[in-house]
Design a protein around this ligand. Structure first.
Ligand SMILES: C[S@@+](CC[C@H](N)C(=O)[O-])C[C@H]1O[C@@H](n2cnc3c(N)ncnc32)[C@H](O)[C@@H]1O
Length: 250
């Protein structure tokens, strides 16, 4: 792992150009970062990468770190608020870490993605979507990402635990051109009923608590499905859906 990524995660701080401390927020976590690096390492063809949503630069640092040394690698970043809300800290971190093969497009993704598509100038090997998380913004981002990805390219979407983002992923999973190749998961938070049961069981004397260990109640307390936080889909073929194609999705 790059020294700056380690430092940022261990201190929970980033620094602006004047050296002022800023609390780290709104970024991918270390597991998601490792996942991004693993996906890129397992796919040596990945050189042209695109990211929507840079903030303090954690995802960009991981991507630039993983493609570092690959000939022709360039990372394109779309973030309309990099120099306003994020005070230039994301791109400052890239420079600090010694990564120079990137470009910043400081516009909204819903404006710039159609321009990139219409220009037909570049296709990408990996696109990370981590911008504005409403259903309609996410569907616009993934619509253009599907057009901008090379065949064999990989679409990574963060914050899939957000219901709006999850719905878009459920839709994308019905496309014949996509295969789910991996995800970062965590157990779902306990429901109120599970939380209450867990508290009650913990109050029981040890012998009684053990009685519950193999019981139905215990299973109920501990039954937690997993929830995806980040997913990676591979575009395994070109997108050949017809004008009236539709598959129901949850
Ligand atoms: C969750 S943060 C991204 C975190 C970043 N990927 C990381 O791991 O450090 C969301 C980002 O989306 C950006 N954003 C918000 N609206 C956007 C839009 N319409 N187009 C592109 N980016 C947008 C914000 O400026 C912010 O940087």
């Amino acid at each position: 792992m790059n020294w700056l990524i380690k430092e940022i995660y261990s201190t929970g701080k980033v620094h602006d150009s004047g050296g002022l401390d800023v609390d780290l927020a709104d970024c991918i976590d270390p597991r998601e970062g490792e996942f991004l690096i693993k996906v890129i390492h397992e796919n040596p063809h990945i050189k042209r990468t695109l990211e929507i949503g840079c903030a303090y630069g954690l995802s960009a640092l991981h991507i630039c770190n993983a493609v570092d040394g690959r000939e022709g690698a360039i990372h394109t970043i779309i973030d309309p608020f990099q120099h306003t809300q994020w005070r230039g800290i994301g791109i400052g971190n890239l420079a600090k870490a010694g990564f120079h093969s990137w470009e910043l497009i400081e516009k909204r993704s819903e404006h710039v993605l159609p321009e990139l598509d219409a220009s037909n100038a570049t296709k990408y090997d990996l696109i990370l979507i981590d911008g504005w998380h409403t259903f309609d913004h996410t569907i616009v981002d993934t619509f253009y990402a599907t057009r901008l990805l090379n065949e064999g390219g990989i679409l990574v979407v963060d914050d899939v635990n957000f219901p709006a983002v999850r719905s878009v992923i459920n839709h994308l999973l019905t496309y014949p051109c996509y295969r789910l190749i991996g995800s970062v998961n965590r157990p779902r938070p306990l429901s109120r009923r599970q939380h209450l049961l867990r508290t009650l069981v913990s109050l029981l004397p040890k012998e009684k608590r053990e009685l519950f260990l193999s019981s139905y109640v215990c299973q109920l307390v501990d039954s937690r499905e997993t929830q995806s936080l980040m997913v990676a889909l591979k575009k395994v073929t070109s997108d050949e859906r017809g004008w009236d194609w539709h598959e129901p999705f949850a």
